[in-house]
Design a protein around this ligand. Structure first.
Ligand SMILES: Cc1cc2nc3c(=O)[nH]c(=O)nc-3n(C[C@H](O)[C@H](O)[C@H](O)COP(=O)(O)OP(=O)(O)OC[C@H]3O[C@@H](n4cnc5c(N)ncnc54)[C@H](O)[C@@H]3O)c2cc1C
Length: 363
């Protein structure tokens, strides 16, 4: 017997999990299928922390950012937990063109040093201060989204792989390595496997190996108010940094990496790569002891315009894609879940047109 669902979710990283939770919360019959274990390190959602900010390059993002912050407040109320720690953030760039949005504003390096005394930005840089920036407890949020989705009635299955799907007049038939499911809607939230899962869509998305280094926790110089979220654009790429929160040490990474095949487990950082990252953390947060920390590897799915893909596929009725990454998708998780649930329920979301999967730049 083929089980029938209102929606089947492919992938239970943060965006698939947020979608499963929101749909089940609305009373729909949902099955979530994840190839690996809960919280596994093969995709893009693992690790203790992620940055959140209102400061964004383009006003197109502002409303979706508002949805994201409201969504985290809703999740925190429903979980009775704190997921977001507001620490302020400073974003340094060589060119004048700063970030905008929310209460963020241009600031001198002296002003930044007053607000975040533990942060040292390069001379001659321009900066944007964002008082609402901070850190999301990503690991806790992902675990909660799994538990909350299951509690709301979603059937989550781990260690099961979707092999393919086909639309017919009854809906979308989804074949896995264990069974066939029938659904009104299939939500493809496959992260770095996007291009493999949707070859026909022909999205030019690259997968990058991204490295981070986290210092040992328990350091006041790494915590708010000394340190906040930050980024600095260097020749090697945009360096991003997060302060220590909730027992997770201060973290640093660079928005640049080699192309990677997600079918191959991502190679851990080498000692040279680890040393380089520790050196960057010491440079921008000189009060932090960077010895004895931990390095990690993860995957970005980069689109040409660094914007997400959220929407129905024109040529595949019943299939909705939810691919929000390009290195900055986690903060939007509650808003992505809400958006996907609206689209599954046939609620129009013109505010998401800037993330349409069929936009020209993706071809
Ligand atoms: C190092 C690093 C730092 C980052 N920092 C930030 C930050 O500070 N702020 C921020 O907002 N964002 C940040 N991001 C981005 C953010 O983490 C991602 O945008 C987000 O996690 C993407 O989630 P996802 O659910 O789309 O993908 P994933 O978590 O990769 O989930 C996709 C899932 O689909 C599953 N899957 C794939 N194919 C199949 C199949 N055939 N059958 C079943 N399951 C399948 C995979 O196993 C995987 O679990 C960062 C990312 C990295 C890597």
């Amino acid at each position: 017997m083929t089980a029938r669902y209102d929606a089947v979710i492919l992938g239970l990283g943060i965006h698939g999990s947020a979608s499963a939770y929101e749909l089940a919360r609305r009373g729909l019959r949902v099955a979530g299928i994840e190839r690996f274990t809960a919280g596994h390190p093969r995709g893009s959602s693992h690790g203790a922390t992620r940055m959140i900010r209102r400061a964004y390059p383009h006003p197109d993002w502002n409303e979706f950012v508002r949805h994201a912050y409201r969504g985290w407040e809703r999740w925190e109320r429903q979980a009775g937990m704190v997921f977001v720690h507001r620490t302020s953030g400073a974003y340094a760039h060589r060119s004048g063109g700063g970030l905008q949005g929310g209460r963020s504003r241009p600031a001198s390096l002296d002003e930044v040093a007053e607000v975040l005394p533990g942060l040292r930005l390069p001379d001659g840089y321009h900066a944007t201060l964002d008082p609402d920036a901070g850190v999301v407890e990503a690991g806790a949020a992902l675990a909660w989204a799994h538990a909350a989705a299951a509690e709301a009635g979603a059937e989550l299955s781990f260690g099961e792989t979707v092999l393919g799907w086909a639309g017919d007049d009854e809906g979308v038939r989804v074949a896995t390595d264990r069974r066939e499911l029938l659904a009104d809607r299939l939500v493809v939230a496959g992260g770095p496997w996007l291009s493999r899962l949707l070859p026909a869509v022909g999205v030019r998305a690259e997968v990058w190996r991204i490295l981070t280094y986290s210092a040992r926790p328990g350091q006041a110089a790494a915590q708010s108010p000394a340190l906040g979220a930050f980024s600095v654009d260097l020749d090697e790429g945009l360096v991003f940094g997060l302060p220590e929160v909730a027992g997770a040490g201060a973290k640093i990474g660079v928005d640049a990496g080699v192309l990677w095949d997600p079918e191959i487990p991502v190679a851990p950082p080498t000692p040279e790569e680890t040393g380089h990252l520790a050196g960057l953390l010491a440079r921008f947060a000189p009060g932090v002891d960077v010895t004895g920390g931990e390095a990690a590897a993860c995957l970005y799915t980069m689109t040409p315009d660094r914007r997400f893909l959220i929407g129905a596929l024109a040529d595949q009725p019943g299939v909705i894609v939810a691919a929000a990454c390009s290195g900055h998708g986690f903060k939007f998780a509650p808003a992505v879940g809400e958006a996907v649930a609206d689209l599954v329920e046939g609620i129009d979301r013109p505010d998401l047109d800037f993330l349409r999967p069929d936009r020209e730049v993706l071809r």
